[in-house]
Design a binder for this molecule. Sequence first.
Ligand code: ADP
Length: 190
Amino acid sequence: MLKAKLEFALGPRELALQTGDITKVAADAIGNAANSQLAGGGGVDGAIHRAGGPSIMRELDVIRDRIETCRAGNAVATGAGSLPAKWVLHAVGPVYRGGRHGEAAILASCYRQCMILAEELGAKSLTLPAISTGVYGYPMDEAADIAVTTVADVLAAAETEVRRVSFVLWGDRAFQAFARSSLEIVRQIT
Ligand code: ADP
């Protein structure tokens, strides 16, 4: 994987993209691509639990006792264990089933919920993965457009105290898709 980075100013807020492992990038809050059982899994979820340690799952056990499942499009927050962050925001993305089952709205909701939780917690910086683009099968280009539009709209409207959002992307193909979306979307809104 090449090391790549891009940054955009949206007024006093920043939108950034980089390749890498999200568990290694410091931020106040880290987004996770969780499943509705909040049970841990492979991909970025597995990496976050491995790097963060067992306290994250212990907190999720308590949340699960209360809400049973977290529906797609929603997110819950826990502490971040030994990750270089204070909080993990566990967002449940849609499983992609052809695009006509409300997947786009659900994916946008995941990113909005992450922004809302980050704001509520007082996080000033947030890292996010490309939710649903792994096992859940969301086409990368479409997912990138939804992710960047949703986050950039909140940042550009200054609707948040979150100062900086960085997408941390696993691989060159994901980075290229997010870079193309960001160049287009930032040009439209600035
Ligand atoms: P989902 O089930 O929501 O599709 P996955 O974890 O399978 O979640 O994949 C989501 C995205 O996260 C994919 O683009 C995958 O390549 C990426 N990914 C996997 N591991 C990491 C990591 N350590 N850091 C950042 N992104 C990751």
